[in-house]
Design a protein around this ligand. Structure first.
Ligand code: B12
Length: 319
């Protein structure tokens, strides 16, 4: 008899979150687990194998919406092409499994920073990107590393040049997941950027990648854009969500007026999500523009998930 695995076991083996596994099943029919008598999902070895392949292909920058129904051989081809062309996605163990946790990758990457071994740091990020789900990579490795780097710089434990070097490595590492040439066919589009005067771009980039992994057509504009340019991109792409990141400064007297102008130019139908460590300081303005304050990336994923499901059910009612 074929051995069946619980969701928990699949999470452990693939490194994907339960949220993503269910989303890939429900939205994209990527796998079809059977159910136990108590209605729990049961997965075969083949399901686990397929999920592992899908995970690797999304890590190559492909949109899950475009690849969920490809045959396993085609998925393997994409992984092969990427690893040969970019030497970028090493498969760590032969069976594709890995016993390190997100916390281990965080600690190892931090050790390499402390030893000023930046090649090793980059290699650790690559390894983590293969072994972990994309949300875990962002939430449990990259975000805490950025936080730590900020504190080390503040305490004088890290040279300014090293802080800049580390953020440049993270910027280009994350940038390698942005595939502007392969536009998703999804009808849900999110535009992500920062308003004028906000130069820290990594929050906006991580928000953009988070949406992309969920199957959104996700367009990252880089930082520091005036309202007219942001509105132009929202309209040109027919975006339903605008994600704005605010990290520093926390007290820009001009930012409120910028936000109000953005809202006027894009109209009332586009949702504005606002995040980043400075966002809460602009709470009043966020309310004025009917924006939605989001405190972390997980909350953003949940928000997009529910807003997407709502759209679908509205569509079903109208059809
Ligand atoms: C990387 C970095 C830089 C890079 C930026 C490179 C780049 N391309 O973006 C460089 C080196 C250029 C830089 C420069 C400066 N920086 Co700087 N920087 C950082 C660092 C280490 C990370 C910033 C970051 O990207 N965070 C992004 C994420 C990881 O953090 P987050 O804001 O908490 O956001 C979370 C959520 O809110 C969510 N999120 C973020 N955005 C969005 C958006 C949406 C829509 C949603 C839904 C969610 C979401 O994602 C995150 C993960 O959960 C921080 C330290 C820190 N703790 O953040 C300092 C930090 C922000 N910098 C700081 C400072 C002072 C500066 C400088 C003035 C001096 C300097 N360090 O050189 C200059 C100013 C530049 C300028 N003109 O504005 C201070 C700000 C202090 C303050 N009072 O606010 C910090 C906090 C460091 C510190 N501990 O003191 N910096």
């Amino acid at each position: 008899m074929e051995i069946k695995h619980s969701l928990k076991a699949v999470v452990k083996q693939t490194g994907l979150s339960p949220f993503l596994i269910r989303a890939w099943e429900r939205r994209y029919n990527a796998i079809s687990p059977s159910r136990s008598s108590s209605k729990r999902r049961l997965y075969t070895d083949e399901d686990i194998n397929r999920l592992t392949l899908l995970k690797k292909v999304t890590q190559c920058g492909e949109n899950i919406g475009n690849i969920a129904n490809l045959a396993n051989d085609d998925l393997r081809k994409i992984i092969g092409e990427n690893s040969i062309m970019n030497n970028q996605f090493p498969i760590i163990n032969e069976d594709g499994k890995n016993n390190l946790t997100a916390n281990d990758y965080f600690s190892q990457a931090l050790d390499s920073i402390q030893e000023s071994n930046f090649e090793e740091f980059e290699a650790k990020l690559m390894e983590a990107s293969v072994a972990l789900s994309f949300p875990s990579l962002l939430d449990q490795v990259i975000s805490p590393l950025l936080d730590k780097v900020g504190t080390m710089w503040q305490n004088g434990e890290l040279r300014i040049a090293d802080e800049h070097r580390i953020s440049a490595i993270i910027r280009s590492f994350l940038g390698s997941f942005v595939k502007s040439d392969r536009r998703s066919a999804s009808d849900r589009c999110l535009v992500s950027t920062t308003p004028t005067g906000q130069f820290h771009e990594l929050g906006a980039l991580m928000a953009s990648l988070s949406a992309s992994v969920m199957g959104w057509r996700s367009i990252f504009l880089g930082p520091n854009l005036p309202p007219e340019e942001i509105a132009g991109a929202v309209k040109a792409n027919n975006a339903s969500v605008l994600a704005l990141s605010m990290i520093y400064p926390m007290d820009d007297p001009y930012l409120g007026a910028e936000l109000i102008r953005i809202r006027r130019l894009i109209g009332d139908d586009v949702q504005i999500l606002v995040g980043g460590r400075a966002a809460a300081n602009y709470h009043g303005f966020i309310e004025d523009i009917s924006g939605i304050y989001i405190s972390n990336l997980e909350e953003m994923r949940e928000h997009l998930e529910s807003s997407f499901n709502q759209n679908l059910s509205n569509r079903n009612i109208n059809e």
